[in-house]
Design a binder for this molecule. Structure first.
Ligand code: PLP
Length: 381
């Protein structure tokens, strides 16, 4: 199957008990057994639930993986990956990543004896100098949040394989419509399905996809033992979202191109961060490993004044000021005070998260309306 067909049919079957074309919401915690252990494959919904199974199969299908796992949030999925590690293990992570990922690494897992190295990975060769005998995991986010840096996933996977280290890729921004990290040698793909996979800003959800059976077994064991699973209603919503992922992503990409080009020529805009520009530092890698450039853009304004950023986000009419991204509606965010506030000021400024930086999640509205909205707000600063 090709991708557009997989979003709708991949690893799906009509409901075996009724033939329902859409997987029903199995709103049940438990399942009748004829005799102890004699059941129809389901015992208790923390371990497995048929609506979640349908979603986990869809996750695996769209990422070209063998196994999918769904969680109550993207961070719950990250938490599951980190629990493979033991005290003394080390992780090499990109330094430009979602603030909540940084927070769970530093504030939760560091106190259990795991050591993190946050490094610039725009040149993937940098990774190797931080790998030592204790390194067990390389954590990559590409495109990164919010600077839209691009990391060469194939090059990172060569280093991971050479040192027998797992490579995990947060594929939230790209989605499998644009890139498939497992095909490029990654071991684990992670998603905040809250974003493009769900696609309608109505659910919080996380996902993991892997190929290797032993790794999948370890993750399923942690999933059921720690219990950070999503419910059947949320599974249903994300499964429905995935069915239109390809058409939504196509429009997100088209609109983002129009918005990025508009911002780049605006006299009040300092820099536009979008991997589709030929002068983006890793444009060549983006073009090679992605099928288009995505719906996320960040930009800074001339003079780098916090007050200008605040004026803009307060006055957008269509780009609603809100956390999150990847829904059908356009959103704006101020990373320094919102999504990345948990990163100390000096550390975030070093990676480019300056006071005037605004992040846009470009939705699928008419592009003329999006440009008019930016225009009217930029006229106010
Ligand atoms: C790139 C990225 N990874 C992970 C997460 C965490 O996901 P969730 O909010 O679903 O827990 C986010 C949330 O914004 C994100 O943007």
């Amino acid at each position: 199957m090709k991708f557009n067909t997989k979003t709708i049919h991949g690893k799906q079957q009509h409901d075996p008990s009724t033939g329902a074309v859409t997987p029903p919401i199995y709103q049940t915690s438990t399942y009748a057994q004829a005799s102890p252990g004699d059941h129809k494959g389901y015992e208790y919904s923390r371990t497995a639930n048929p609506t979640r199974t349908a979603l986990e199969n869809a996750f695996a299908s769209i990422e070209n993986g063998n196994y999918g796992l769904a969680f109550g949030s993207g961070l719950a999925a990250i938490d599951c990956v980190l629990k493979i590690l033991k005290p003394g293990d080390e992780v090499v992570s990109t330094n430009d990543l979602y603030g909540g990922t940084y927070r769970i690494f530093i504030k939760i897992f560091e106190q259990y004896g795991i050591k993190f190295h946050f490094i610039g990975m725009e040149n993937a060769g940098n990774i190797e100098s931080f790998v030592n005998k204790n390194t067990k995991l390389i954590w990559v986010e590409s495109p990164s949040n919010p600077m839209l840096n691009i990391i060469d996933i194939k090059a990172a996977s060569v280093i991971a394989k050479k040192h027998n280290v797992l490579l995990a890729v947060d594929n939230t921004f790209a989605t499998p419509y644009l890139q498939n990290p497992l095909d490029m040698g990654a071991d684990i793909v992670m998603h905040s399905a809250t974003k493009y996979l769900g696609g309608h800003s109505d659910v919080v959800m996380g996902g993991l996809i892997v190929n290797d059976k032993d790794l999948a077994d370890k993750l399923y064991f942690i999933q059921k033992s720690c219990g950070a699973v999503c419910g059947p209603m949320d599974s249903f919503l994300v499964l429905r979202g995935i069915k239109t992922l390809h058409v939504r992503m196509q429009r997100h990409c088209e609109n983002a191109k129009v918005v990025a080009e508009y911002l780049a020529q605006h006299p009040k805009v300092e820099t536009v961060f979008w991997p589709g520009f030929e002068n983006h530092p890793n444009y060549k890698i983006a073009k090679e490993q992605m099928r288009d450039f995505g719906g996320m853009i960040s930009f800074s304004t001339k003079g780098n004044h916090l007050k200008d950023a605040i004026t803009l986000v307060e006055n957008f009419k269509i780009f609603t000021l809100a956390e999150s991204l990847g829904g059908v509606e356009s959103l704006s965010g101020h990373p320094a005070s919102m999504s990345h506030a948990s990163i100390p000021k000096a550390a975030r400024e070093k990676i480019g998260v300056v006071d005037s930086l605004i992040r846009l999640s470009v939705g699928i509205e008419d592009d003329e309306d999006l440009i008019a909205d930016l225009e009217q707000a930029l006229a106010l600063i």
